[in-house]
Ligand binder design. Structure first.
Ligand code: SAH
Ligand code: MG
Length: 210
């Protein structure tokens, strides 16, 4: 079932970096791949305030699955005070940085997804050591530094099961449109021989594991 009007208007109220067209594509792709693999895990790297989590979570709920959403919730470089994507509402006086954790929980609760989404509050690398099982749908939208993006690719993307789908956000072939690392890992995935491209929606790329 496609996203309800109620869910779509709730999503509009959530802070974040997920374009509606890309979000719908994420939802529809998760719904479709999980119909083939009902027991496979879905994983999202980069929860922030939970916007993409609702798009994917809605599909995962329909397939009676679980969605592991990984984020240390301290924000990426560009989300820190003084940087371009800092949101003062998320300022954390205790650390002098930011935290999206409280808002993320509120989002998931408000979307009635607390029995679908398993928040993992840890860096992607640590989380990869404790989350096991075959991954049917993986969404990479975490840190945009090269080390962070490489961790996400090497530690997670390679674990997508045959027939499963890897989605990568912020893939910008033209350097003027945005940072390199997500594009670099997209290229790595394509060069690996492990994936074939299914489709692209704006900066989102969907690859199927061979
Ligand atoms: N998917 C979100 C946006 C994610 S923004 C949406 O729909 O709005 C990227 C997120 O990745 C930030 O919240 C940041 O804290 C997280 N992040 C950055 N580096 C990370 C790392 N190494 N491990 C886990 N999370 C990381
Ligand atoms: Mg993104």
């Amino acid at each position: 079932m496609s996203l309800s009007e109620t869910t779509l208007s709730y999503i509009e109220t959530i802070k974040g970096f997920m374009d509606p067209e890309e979000g719908r594509a994420l939802h529809d792709m998760a719904l479709s791949v999980l119909s083939d693999f009902p027991y496979a895990l879905s994983v999202e790297i980069g929860s922030y305030c939970g916007k993409s989590t609702i798009y994917i979570g809605d599909a995962v709920r329909q397939r009676s699955g679980l969605l592991v959403s990984v984020d240390h919730h301290y924000g990426s470089e560009e989300n820190q005070p003084g940087e371009a994507y800092f949101d003062p509402d998320l300022a954390d006086a205790e650390t002098g940085g930011m935290s999206s954790l409280v808002v993320f929980r509120r989002t998931i609760r408000g979307a009635n997804l607390e029995d679908v989404v398993v928040p993992v509050v840890a860096p992607s690398r640590m989380a990869s050591q404790v989350v096991n099982g075959d991954i049917g749908f993986l969404f990479i939208d975490g840190g945009h530094s090269m080390p962070a993006a490489l961790d996400d690719y090497r530690l997670w993307a390679t674990r997508v099961m045959t027939g499963g789908v890897l989605a990568i956000h912020d893939v910008f072939p033209n350097p003027e449109d945005g940072g390199r690392p997500p594009y670099e890992i997209y290229k790595l995935a394509m060069a690996s021989g492990l994936f074939e491209e299914l489709k692209g929606v704006k900066s989102l790329r969907f690859l199927r594991r061979l």
